[in-house]
Design a protein around this ligand. Structure first.
Ligand SMILES: Nc1nc2c(ncn2[C@@H]2O[C@H](COP(=O)(O)OP(=O)(O)OP(=O)(O)O)[C@@H](O)[C@H]2O)c(=O)[nH]1
Ligand SMILES: [Mg+2]
Length: 302
């Protein structure tokens, strides 16, 4: 299956939740009036686009309808598509991995899909001929190390690990030395999503970050925050919390296939000042895609 069809398939539920409902509204209205906008507004809000972002979309849409003197409700769909693409603005979603080694740190609360996404990212770059090393920086649970090891074996990349409970910064230090010795192109570090307190978690991330600053001062680094699309508006508050202590360079939005409320992408793009770089559309190894607003809207509405 091609990339675009895979995206469409991953967005099935959201297509039902947003697009089909919008189509129903547009065919059921004989003219464009306030009530039609209210119906559209409700569809967007219930799809997790968020109140703030929805208000802006509806306002802009009303303006466009007026400017273009549109009278047929069916024409509203094209205008809405345009509006969604423009509100999401396509930034540069390339991962900045210009040095060898480059580092990717993957952070986020527990269960959002960090480890799985690391496996998928490793696969993506291995396929492109890059030498990838994984660091098992989630030492909080033994199962976390095992899970990453399974991914490392599946993809065919090296894993640097220590025992459960060891210092994640020490694991990352080891991994950096290996990455240098083995001339790796990309080092990807897993981190714990679950610790006793938020402060523990943030201290741990800071410590890992300091090791990388010291050991690889001139290396490209991506700090990717993983957010679970099925958690809705909660994802936005997680991003705000992590932003306070990490210099997040991109978001990986997982489990888009598992929600009818994929409108969360639109809210994230509009409310946070962080680019969505990758999206997860399934549990399989190649179910991770580069994000493009244009393609997202096309896949949603086509
Ligand atoms: N459907 C679907 N499931 C996903 C996706 N990404 C991850 N998952 C699933 O989400 C679950 C949790 O994923 P993990 O990768 O273990 O999450 P984590 O953030 O590493 O979790 P902790 O290590 O507990 O903090 C697993 O069952 C994954 O298969 C996705 O894009 N789509
Ligand atoms: Mg994990």
């Amino acid at each position: 299956m091609g990339f675009f069809d895979r995206l469409k398939e991953g967005l099935q539920k959201t297509r039902k939740g947003i697009t089909e409902k919008i189509d129903q509204v547009l065919v059921s209205f004989g003219k464009i009036d306030e009530e039609l906008f209210e119906e559209l507004e409700e569809i967007l809000i219930t799809s997790d686009v968020g109140i703030e972002t929805t208000s802006k979309i509806i306002e802009d849409l009303k303006k466009k309808v007026k400017e273009k003197k549109v009278i047929d409700p069916k024409m509203v769909k094209e205008l809405l598509k345009e509006e969604l693409v423009s509100i999401m603005q396509d930034e540069d979603t390339d991962l900045n991995l210009n040095t060898s080694p480059s580092v990717i740190i993957v952070i986020g609360v527990n269960g959002v899909g960090k480890t799985t996404s690391i496996g998928k990212i490793a696969n993506l770059y291995k396929q492109r001929g890059k030498r990838v090393i994984l660091a098992a920086g989630d030492t909080f649970r033994a199962a976390a190390i095992d899970q990453l090891e399974i991914w490392a074996n599946r993809v065919g990349v090296d894993l640097i690990k220590q025992s459960e409970g060891s210092d994640p910064a020490a694991v990352v230090y080891d991994a950096v030395q290996s990455a240098k010795a083995r001339k790796a192109d990309i080092l990807i570090c897993d981190t714990a999503g679950r610790l006793h307190t938020k402060k523990n978690l943030m201290d741990e991330l800071n410590k890992v970050s300091r090791v990388l600053d010291r050991e690889l001062p001139n290396s490209s680094r991506e700090t990717l925050l993983v957010l679970d699309a099925t958690t809705g508006q909660n994802a936005i508050s997680q991003a705000k919390t992590f932003s306070e202590c990490a210099n997040i360079t991109g978001i990986v939005l997982t489990k888009l296939d598992g929600t009818a409320k994929g409108g969360i992408v639109i809210a994230i793009k509009n409310e946070l000042n962080i680019p969505v770089k990758l999206i997860g559309v399934g549990e399989k190894i190649d179910d991770l895609q580069r994000f493009s607003s244009q393609e997202f809207v096309e896949a949603l509405f086509e």
